[in-house]
Design a protein around this ligand. Structure first.
Ligand code: C5P
Length: 230
């Protein structure tokens, strides 16, 4: 299992400062909408100057197939290691993305977003009219058939995805709330939250942690403590 630290801080300098502090640790960095919309591709270049971090660009593409595949091809130019698209864009869009970037040198891993970890059953059912487990199961099978590399899901669905799609189909789990010495834990806006050992025992390949790290009194110690729980 790998730790992916979400760089969702309020400014470019704070994100770069945290990345510098974390240099040398065995982790991935996640660049999400906040940092990318604000600081763009240049920010990714700056991160790479700090260290040869593995980078997950979490922009959750969701559009018509042609627009998604064009956008994915542009993202390949960023030289990142992983990107993601929404499974609910459908099989045609997912296949279009994978076909479009198949010949890219150093193609990034492509994950499909299933049910956001901020959804509880009732909020999810209002939109999708089904329960989370069966929706995530069918989204995962469709994503696998469409050639994707894995899923973004909560830790509660990780094992089930592996059972249906195979152990090599990646699961990346946000909504992780580690127990950290001297810190009070908050769910924030997440609903389906799990701890580090739960995610590990449910076969998560990656856990994503943001606020519990960058809001901790000592973010580097928080990261080290999380890694010690692996
Ligand atoms: O601060 P926190 O640990 O809740 O951050 C979780 C990160 O993972 C955020 O950057 C959020 O955008 C992202 N994410 C998520 N749920 C998903 C997909 C991504 O929380 N399903």
């Amino acid at each position: 299992m790998k730790l992916c630290v979400a760089l969702d801080l309020p400014s470019r300098d704070e994100c770069l400062g945290l990345a510098s502090e974390l240099k040398g640790l065995d982790l991935w960095l996640k660049v999400g909408m906040r940092a990318f919309y604000r600081d763009g591709l240049d920010f990714i270049c700056e991160l790479k100057k700090i260290s040869d971090f593995k980078i997950f660009l979490d922009l959750k593409l969701y559009d018509i197939p042609n627009t998604m595949s064009d956008a994915a091809a542009e993202l390949c130019k960023a030289g990142v290691d992983m990107i993601n698209i929404h499974a609910s864009a459908g099989a045609v869009a997912m296949r279009a993305v994978m076909e479009r970037i198949a010949s890219e040198k150093n193609r990034p891993l492509v994950l499909a977003v299933s049910a956001l970890t901020s959804f509880d059953e009732s909020g999810f059912s209002d939109i999708y009219h089904t329960n989370i487990e069966s929706a995530v199961r069918s989204m995962s099978l469709l994503s696998k058939e469409s050639g994707l590399d894995g899923m973004v899901c909560s830790a509660f669905e990780s094992k089930m995805i592996k059972e249906h799609c195979g152990d090599d189909f990646i699961t990346l789990c946000p909504g992780i709330r580690p127990v950290l010495r001297g810190e009070t834990s908050s769910q924030d806006d997440q609903s389906r939250v799990a701890g580090v050992s739960f995610a590990k025992s449910h076969k998560a390949d990656f856990i994503v942690v943001g606020r519990p790290i960058y809001k901790a009194s000592n973010p580097k110690n928080a990261v080290k403590e999380i890694l010690s729980q692996f």
